[in-house]
Design a protein around this ligand. Structure first.
Ligand code: ATR
Length: 281
């Protein structure tokens, strides 16, 4: 669409957070808007916690179709929601909001969906049923991944975290399929896992490298890193060296954005190599 010639009411969506400059969502959604020639805009808004409620109201009044939500609002935005999907409720956080007529706010969380779909895109016949997973990390991403794995029929999920108490809370919230594993001894038991997941920020640009050995992994194990910058993380390189199957993090970032784009802009965006490259440039 030629953005100098807007003649009808455009579709409006955006992302709220604080800080917001790091978000890749505007780049992604505006790429798709241009690709599909859609009369729409996706705008980043820096919104502090004190201004969250009023900002939501203003954007609804202005006709926004919905928003992505990032740090620090993912949890407290649920307070303002009129309805919450099961998966967002289970995770205790939302990353996607839909505004309906009458100003109602519907909260969803697509992070777990993005994680699962990323694996399915890379390994179409992958079956989660009867598998065992180990997740390193116990932040919001870990919680979303664990609950999505359970929804997809996983047999057991072990969560291990530097700060054990956070893994304990996820285990208590998500039930009997989630076990807490000790951070120091996890590498010894990793040989039982079919899926090994890094859901920490280790390996990300500017952060320390992923430091847990995976040499004991079984030969058929799948190694998934949610870190996407750099695209080829130290963990993925190590897994490749060990000839294990790997899935990188960029596809999770792209897939978690699909439900929002579909809903706000009435088009299912395609995930191809061009958008994969574009988003990390
Ligand atoms: P997200 O929302 O992406 O999950 P987060 O909630 O900030 O992000 O969680 C980051 C995760 O990375 C946490 O599990 C954190 O461990 P702690 O709970 O002990 O802080 C983990 N993490 C970050 N840096 C780490 C490091 N250097 N070593 C081990 N774990 C690390």
């Amino acid at each position: 669409m030629d953005k100098n010639s807007i003649d009808t009411a455009p579709y409006l969506a955006g992302v709220i957070g604080h800080p917001i400059s790091h978000s890749r969502s505007p780049r992604l959604h505006n790429y798709w808007l241009a690709k599909y020639n859609i009369n729409g805009f996706y705008i980043p808004f820096s919104v502090t916690t004190e201004r969250l409620k009023n900002s939501l109201k203003s954007l609804i009044d202005l006709g926004f179709k919905g928003l992505n939500v990032t740090i620090p609002h993912k949890t407290n935005v649920l307070t303002f929601a009129d309805s919450i999907t099961d998966r967002a409720a289970l995770i205790g956080a939302a990353n996607t909001l839909y505004f309906s007529k009458g100003g109602k706010i519907h909260a969803d969380n697509t992070d777990g969906y993005g994680f699962i779909q990323n694996i399915v895109d890379e390994i179409p016949d992958f079956d989660f049923y009867d598998k065992t997973a180990i997740i390193y990390g116990a932040g919001g991403s870990s919680r979303a991944i664990a609950s999505a794995l359970i929804s997809n029929g996983i047999k057991q999920v072990g969560i291990t975290n530097r700060t054990r108490s956070k893994a304990q809370i996820i285990s208590e919230n998500l039930g009997a399929k989630v076990l807490v594993m000790d951070w120091r001894t996890a590498p010894e038991t990793i040989g039982e896992a079919d899926i090994i997941i890094n859901a920490t920020s280790m390996g990300m640009v500017g952060q320390p490298e992923f430091n847990q050995p995976i040499t004991n992994a079984k030969k058929t194990a799948l190694v998934v890193d949610i870190v996407y910058n750099p695209m080829l993380t130290g963990l993925i390189k190590e897994a490749e060296r060990l000839k294990l199957k790997t899935v990188g993090g960029i596809g999770m970032l792209l897939n978690q954005a699909v439900p929002g784009f579909e809903h706000w802009f009435q088009k299912t965006p395609e995930i191809d190599d061009r958008v994969r490259k574009f988003i990390i440039e």
